[in-house]
Design a protein around this ligand. Structure first.
Ligand SMILES: Cc1cc2nc3c(=O)[nH]c(=O)nc-3n(C[C@H](O)[C@H](O)[C@H](O)COP(=O)(O)O)c2cc1C
Length: 298
């Protein structure tokens, strides 16, 4: 018999999210409005795209998957994210007109980090950030597509915050400690995430979220959650536990591959519709009203 343990953080996260159930509060409830104000802008819903990279041109279509989902984000009026890429590809994403946050890799090459962040600033990005959960690999520092990553200090984060006028996003926060360091460094947003399970036994983002929310109370830092977000119900649970928004992830890929821009738009709009439906069923007509009083932990 094979010896198995469930150390995969993706499975543990899915299990945790599905263990949270919702009660109904229908009397006096209204049709819900999912729109949000976020870092000085307005969006149709608290749903965001993931910071993806390395997507091909699916089924021989003209635009890469990265451009296709960016167009969908633009058309749905939601905040868009992108990940590891050179400046030329980032420019293609900006050319779609999507309001985009560029998540720069924690490259060991400090000049490259600076160049990509400054480029994002001059290209009119919505924000910049770094995925700090990609520093380490199984042999020390991670090597991503031939590029070595580098350790990141609090002072380095502070220097990124000072590099441009854009809001800075720290992606891959999974502790109160990193949340507080991010806030102290001047980040305007954190993404609570385990980067689709890079570390075994990583705590589910929704499990650590209430502690992070509490620790950041009164600080001017937005909280986004990702990992396993696939439906309006998942987004609702994230908001109820203290997030300001949630980002879909690999759940978006089948729609992207088969349906391109229209496929992703359908997928995102379905997530938004289910969120509105659950908000009405649970008695919350506005996103800012949602709280954890309707959640049941099994
Ligand atoms: C193909 C692919 C490429 C990704 N590239 C990046 C990246 O360059 N930068 C980054 O911060 N995250 C990257 N991610 C991680 C996502 O932004 C996100 O954190 C993760 O997919 C969430 O988990 P989920 O897919 O289980 O929802 C990538 C994920 C995938 C599947």
């Amino acid at each position: 018999m094979e010896y198995t343990r469930i150390s995969d953080a993706n499975l543990l996260t899915e299990k945790y999210m599905d263990s949270i159930l919702l009660e109904e509060r229908l009397i006096d409830s209204k049709v819900a409005d999912t729109s949000i104000a976020f870092l000085g802008d307005h969006f149709a819903m608290p749903v965001m795209t993931p910071a993806f990279s390395h997507l091909k041109n699916y089924n021989g279509r003209e635009q890469s998957g990265l451009e296709e989902y960016s167009v969908a984000a633009r058309d749905c009026n939601i905040l868009n994210f992108c990940g590891m890429m050179e400046n030329a590809q980032f420019q293609q994403i900006m050319d779609t007109g999507a309001k985009t946050v560029r998540i720069v890799k924690p490259y060991a090459d400090a000049a490259k980090v600076k160049d990509q962040m400054q480029y994002a600033g001059s290209a009119g990005a919505f924000g910049i950030g770094m995925d700090i959960d990609h520093i380490f690999g199984e042999n020390g520092l991670d090597v991503v597509v031939g590029e070595t990553m580098g350790e990141q200090t609090f002072e380095m984060l502070q220097s990124y915050v000072e590099l441009t006028k854009l809001p800075f996003f720290v992606k891959g926060v999974l502790s109160v400690s990193d949340a507080l360091k991010s806030a102290d460094a001047g980040a305007k947003a954190i993404i609570v995430s385990h980067h689709h399970g890079r570390m075994p036994y990583a705590v589910p983002p929704l499990m650590i979220l209430p502690k992070i929310r509490e620790a950041l109370a009164g600080r001017d830092v937005k909280i986004i959650v990702d990992c396993g977000i696939a439906s309006g119900a998942d987004v609702f649970k994230a908001l109820a536990l203290g997030a300001d928004a949630a980002a879909v992830g690999r759940s978006m890929l089948p729609a992207l591959e088969t349906g391109g821009v229209e496929g992703v738009k359908d997928f995102l709009q379905n997530v938004g519709r289910e969120l509105a439906y659950i908000m009405s069923f649970t008695g919350f007509s506005r996103v800012s009203d949602i709280d954890d009083s309707v959640l049941h932990f099994t």
